[in-house]
Write a protein that binds this ligand. Structure first.
Ligand code: HSE
Length: 288
């Protein structure tokens, strides 16, 4: 059996809608091999699709097709730690698992760049799929066929604290609420902040991150779908976060925190409980 570990991802990073993303030290584990039927099991007992609708299977089949082969069947054992529909890249993790696993089965005919491109074509945007494959903090521009990407230097001085609510939000719903057009002013607002985010991370100017994650393309609309979102941002800033943003399409909120802020997660959980948000989990990660 081929064994694969794929990280959770956090996309957008505030103003970098559909372009910025990072991989977290939080993983799904997959074992797979080609066989003559579809045989899918959840090692953790989770309710996952076990037929041809399984996204790992679909992606593996896509890769076989690109290489001119037919995937007859797949034996798959899935351990899915990344929660679904929470803005932590669970779908992208499945897509990347399918592509990486199928590529290994065929003796690695496709390059890493091929896989990044194929994953973006399947998902429609590259900001979860690219870091899930490449690791690190990734800036990725998808031109409809190819992804032009850069993997940035990783600062060990930072930790990423996921504040995960007890409800799901499907990406389709969180994309459907966005406007079809935005003003020139809002476009400038975002592009300047996305550029500031990358440059500030790269140079360690973390005091810029609070301004850099502010955006006008998606967060103001999605906040309406995430009850208490603004309160959670405020609590994170009270406890010294450099930045707080909606992770991917939400509903998870991510706080970027200095490594020296030792008790941030504990303080966050205590404040959330006090605010009546007892179902929310707080999990601390680093960059994969
Ligand atoms: N950039 C995507 C979005 C990430 O915000 O909709 C979620 O797939």
């Amino acid at each position: 059996m081929i064994k694969i570990q794929i990280p959770a991802t956090s996309a957008n990073l505030g103003a970098g809608f559909d372009a910025l993303g990072l991989a977290l030290t939080y993983y799904n584990y997959i074992e797979m091999e080609e066989c003559d039927k579809i045989d899918i099991t959840a090692a953790d007992g989770l309710d996952i699709p076990t037929d041809e609708r399984n996204l790992i299977y679909i992606s593996a089949k896509d890769l076989f097709a690109v290489c001119g082969k037919k995937l007859e069947g797949l034996r798959l054992i899935q351990t899915s730690n990344i929660p679904m529909a929470r803005g932590l890249g669970s779908s992208s993790a499945c897509i990347i698992a399918g592509l990486v696993g199928a590529n290994k089965m065929l003796g690695d005919p496709l390059t890493k760049d091929d896989l990044v491109d194929l994953a973006a074509q399947i998902e429609g945007h590259p900001d979860n799929t690219a870091p899930a494959l490449l690791g690190g903090i990734v800036t990725a521009v998808f031109d409809g066929r190819k992804v032009h990407w850069v993997k940035q230097e990783v600062f060990t001085k930072l930790k990423f604290v996921a504040i995960i609510p007890d409800f799901e939000l499907k990406t389709e719903e969180a994309r459907a609420c966005l406007p079809k057009e935005v003003s020139h002013k809002d476009a400038v607002y975002n592009l300047s902040r996305a550029a500031l985010f990358s440059a500030s991370l790269l140079t360690g100017k973390f005091e810029n991150l609070k301004t850099a994650v502010d955006d006008r393309l998606h967060q103001p609309y999605r906040m309406a779908l995430i009850p208490h979102c603004k309160d959670v941002f405020d609590i994170a800033y009270t406890h010294g976060a450099y930045a707080a943003y909606i992770s991917g399409a939400g509903p998870t909120i991510m706080a970027i925190v200095d490594e020296s802020n030792q008790y941030f997660a504990g303080k966050m959980k205590f404040s959330l409980d006090n605010a009546g948000l007892k179902g929310w989990q707080v999990k601390e990660f680093h960059i994969d």
